[in-house]
Ligand binder design. Structure first.
Ligand code: PEP
Ligand code: MG
Length: 326
């Protein structure tokens, strides 16, 4: 069975009725781009910058970062590479950094908040990304932990300033860079329609979205049984984001762990999420299961899922309907 799945690595993830789903890899280090390719990924849906900042006492230089980005962009071209700006603190703390001593780091200075408070650190990343992207048209920039419109506007002002100054310095920048935000804070779900007007794409980060919506620490074993991706509140949020994206003509992706578990596929496809990003190892199985689904059925299935009122009822519906393939 495993061999059959592996042979299908490089076939497209196309449902039996022809809907193509883009399956991407999440990476932390540039070397991992090779496994995304080997396992049949269609691009990089999440390249986490923070791993260039962890386990060291200083910050990487602009040149160093730019090299780490370009290594991935070059190997993956022409397929997309989604580079997320620094998301530290929260579950990934910079060692020996005073900010890592916050009493409540998940609610503290992390993600885009950190970068907007330390614009010099932010500028270095943006310069590094824009320089690495020069000459390529497959790069997307993704901002983490956005809670609403203001942070996006502020980030875009800095991005434009950085682009202007690089051009003055003589760099020939790519004109085709897409800008997106993570949807992982509940307020961003509520504001998804407004946010969509400011960006080219949304990427749902279920790891944090579930944590903040259900008030369950994503890393705390004591409450792990309450960390429920199928909680009806989460499913309704996914629906809301997907609808807002469609109405405003922006793309909606998912890069949290929910995207890499086949059991959720009928729901995600049915809600209109057409790009999923996951750890490279998970790609072959996800592609294999997608080829056994019929898109039209998943749309109808998602409607009945939305009528359920507990995670348990949704799981039962999944098993009753798709038990033989999941
Ligand atoms: C998420 O929150 O779902 C996500 C993909 O980002 P991270 O796991 O890096 O917080
Ligand atoms: Mg996150």
């Amino acid at each position: 069975h495993k061999a059959k799945i592996a042979r299908g690595n490089h076939l497209p993830a196309k449902t039996s009725d022809g809907a193509v789903i883009h399956i991407m890899g999440n990476i932390e280090l540039p070397e991992e781009v090779v496994s995304v390719k080997n396992y049949g990924g269609d691009g990089i849906g999440l390249y986490r910058t923070e791993f260039q900042y962890l386990s060291r006492s200083d910050f990487p230089s602009e040149d160093e970062l730019s090299d780490k980005y370009r290594d991935v962009i070059e190997v993956m071209a022409p397929n997309p590479v989604t580079i997320r700006t620094l998301d530290i603190n929260g579950d990934k703390a910079i060692s020996r950094h005073p900010d890592s001593l916050e009493p409540n780091p998940a609610l503290g200075l992390r993600g885009i908040r950190y970068c907007l408070k330390k614009p010099d650190v932010f500028r270095i990343q943006l310069r590094a990304i824009l320089r690495a992207a020069a000459g390529f048209d497959n790069v997307r920039i993704l901002f983490p932990m956005v809670s609403g419109e203001e942070e996006i506007l502020e980030a875009k002002v800095i991005l434009n300033e950085v682009a202007d100054s690089l051009e003055k310095e003589g760099f020939n920048l790519s004109r085709n860079i897409k800008i997106g935000v993570m949807i992982e804070v509940p307020s961003a779900v509520i504001m998804a329609d407004t946010i969509s007007k400011e960006v080219d794409f949304l990427s749902i980060g279920t790891n944090d979205l579930i944590q903040y919506t259900l008030a369950i620490d994503r890393g705390n074993k004591e409450v792990a049984h309450l960390y429920q991706p199928l909680h009806p509140a989460i499913i309704r949020m996914l629906k809301r984001v997907s609808d807002a994206a469609r109405e405003n003509d922006v793309k909606v992706f998912m890069c949290g762990q929910m995207a890499g578990d086949p059991v959720y596929l009928p729901i995600l496809l049915g809600l209109g999420i057409r790009e999923l990003s996951m750890s490279p190892l998970g790609i072959p199985t996800i592609k294999h299961v997608i080829r056994q689904l019929k898109f039209e059925d998943t749309e109808r299935f998602a409607e009945s899922v939305l009528r359920q009122t507990t995670a348990e009822a949704i799981m039962k519906l999944l098993k009753d309907t798709y038990g033989d393939i999941l």
